[in-house]
Design a protein around this ligand. Structure first.
Ligand code: AMP
Ligand code: ZN
Length: 462
């Protein structure tokens, strides 16, 4: 399998450190707000990497962090050490504690995560649960002479790491400021230096702050990912995924502090997902187009249509979201499901060898999903048997994650249909015990009935 590595800037043959299990870390959400459809594009990219690895027979150990402290607003302007902590602002805005804010948006995120049928990591690691590990990592850097103290915190001296900027492609001396859009903090030795530990302000009690060898404060955002990744996955990991914005500051900083602390390579393959645009422009809350999954649902879209929409562009290509494009994708997904519902199952039918080969070539060529989707339509249009099509589609769906299996099984036996009708009558008359008894009979036959207020639907149990 080939994967593009943002560090070498080449598409490389994928070789894991341990041949049996691939370690992967994904920079997860900052839980001060709902995650929008841009964020989820990156999480779907991470999901696809994992699914393709599994398709190729690897076991995957995956971690996604939940940033619940330390991600400052200055990050939007290219300096993650300035501005205010997003969690603290949200707490003040919503009149809740920072913990309540984090819990609320984490729970919401996890529901949306499921709606998109994303692969659950082995663990979602909350930054606030790893403060001790972050402090220990900073102490290690301090002992090795990579840190210095200024008035608002402990900083990493990037001039001591010769390879700084290898990932971003930006040389230290070329930078007018950390990201160049803000005046750098004049106390910093180099514009690219970044905070490892920030001290609490003297005039304000923060919602979240911890004692440390340097004084009361909170971790810098970058150190969180390094600490959690090393604790959970070891000092060198196979794959690290994040949005392309992190290529410039967050990830170079993760590399610098991790490699200086351990003396080892931090990550073998860096995978960056390209941004989602909306109506051809930047997404943002201020623009009013930072749509979330429930905005889509309110307009009658299924979350899986969004998942399918993402797969129509390569993960390293910018993708433009419009409601019209989503509508077209949902229509084609429904057409696909409607077709599958008419197919007759045949467990013994052979797989479509040629389509399998083309599909595998596509996914193993840096996760080329648009080609994989085209192969799927080609399979549908072919004159292969319905059983072959279904069996092949089920294999494809290990990567697509479109829950194709839910649409197989068009034949509902007459006997089951009759039982369901009788049950509905009992239900209408309030004879619950009989209705329940029949439901159990239906389930025994391998089917499930879903009730709405006016009707019922029968489907195959999974
Ligand atoms: P955050 O909650 O801001 O920490 O972002 C979570 C993830 O979403 C990060 O990996 C970002 O790089 C990514 N991300 C943010 N905006 C977009 C976007 N418009 N398109 C794709 N990914 C994004
Ligand atoms: Zn990160």
């Amino acid at each position: 399998m080939k994967l593009y590595n943002s560090l070498s800037k080449e598409t490389e043959d994928f070789k894991p450190i341990n041949p049996d299990i691939v370690t992967i870390y994904t920079c997860g959400p900052t839980v001060y707000m709902y995650q929008h459809i841009g964020n989820f594009r990156t999480f779907v990219a991470s999901d696809l990497v994992q699914r393709v690895l599994k398709y190729n027979g690897y076991k995957v150990k995956s971690i996604m962090n939940i940033t619940d402290v330390g991600h400052l607003t200055g990050d939007n302007l290219g300096d993650a050490d300035t501005g205010s902590d997003r969690l603290e602002i949200a707490a003040d805005r919503e009149g809740k504690s920072a913990r309540d804010i984090a819990d609320f948006y984490t729970e919401y995120f996890l529901k949306d995560f499921d709606k998109l049928n994303l692969t659950k990591p082995e663990r979602f690691t909350k930054a606030t649960a790893y403060i001790k590990d972050m402090v220990a990592l900073i102490q290690k850097l301090e002992q090795k002479g990579f840190t210095y103290r200024i008035s608002d915190g402990i900083y990493f001296d990037t001039s001591k790491f010769a390879q700084y900027g290898k990932l971003s492609g930006v040389k230290l001396e070329d930078l007018g400021g950390a990201g160049a859009r803000l005046e750098p903090n004049p106390e910093k030795r180099n514009p690219t230096d970044f905070a490892l530990w920030k001290l609490s302000p003297s005039d304000k009690v923060r919602w979240q702050e911890w004692e440390s060898p340097w004084g009361k404060g909170f971790p810098g955002w970058h150190i969180e990912c390094s600490a959690m990744s090393m604790i959970e996955l070891g000092e060198t990991l196979d794959v690290h995924v994040g949005g392309e914005d992190h290529k410039m500051i967050h990830h170079p900083n993760e590399i610098a502090q991790s490699e200086c602390a351990t003396g080892k390579k931090f990550v073998n393959y860096w995978v960056h997902g390209a941004f989602l645009k909306v109506d051809g422009g930047r997404m943002g809350k201020s623009v009013g187009n930072a749509y979330i999954i429930s905005d889509l649902e309110a307009k009658g879209f299924e979350p899986l249509a969004l998942r399918f929409f993402y797969m129509h562009a390569h993960y390293r290509t910018k993708l433009n979201f419009t409601w019209e494009a989503l509508q077209n994708t949902q229509n084609s997904l429904r057409r696909l499901f409607a077709l599958i519902e008419t197919y007759k199952e045949d467990p013994d039918a052979p797989l479509a060898i040629e389509h399998m080969r083309q599909f595998e070539d596509a996914i193993n060529n840096d996760i080329n999903m648009p080609t994989a989707v085209a192969v799927m339509w080609d399979l549908i249009k072919s004159d292969l048997s319905e059983g072959t099509k279904l069996n092949t589609l089920l294999k494809f769906d290990e990567v697509f994650g479109l829950k194709i299996a839910d649409h197989i099984g068009y034949e509902i036996p007459k006997s089951v249909e009759n039982l369901a009708r009788t049950r509905w009558e009992y239900k209408k008359q309030g004879i619950w015990d009989k209705a329940d008894m029949i439901r159990r009979q239906i389930e025994k036959a391998g089917f499930v009935v879903d009730d709405s207020s006016s009707d019922f639907k029968i489907r195959r149990a999974k």
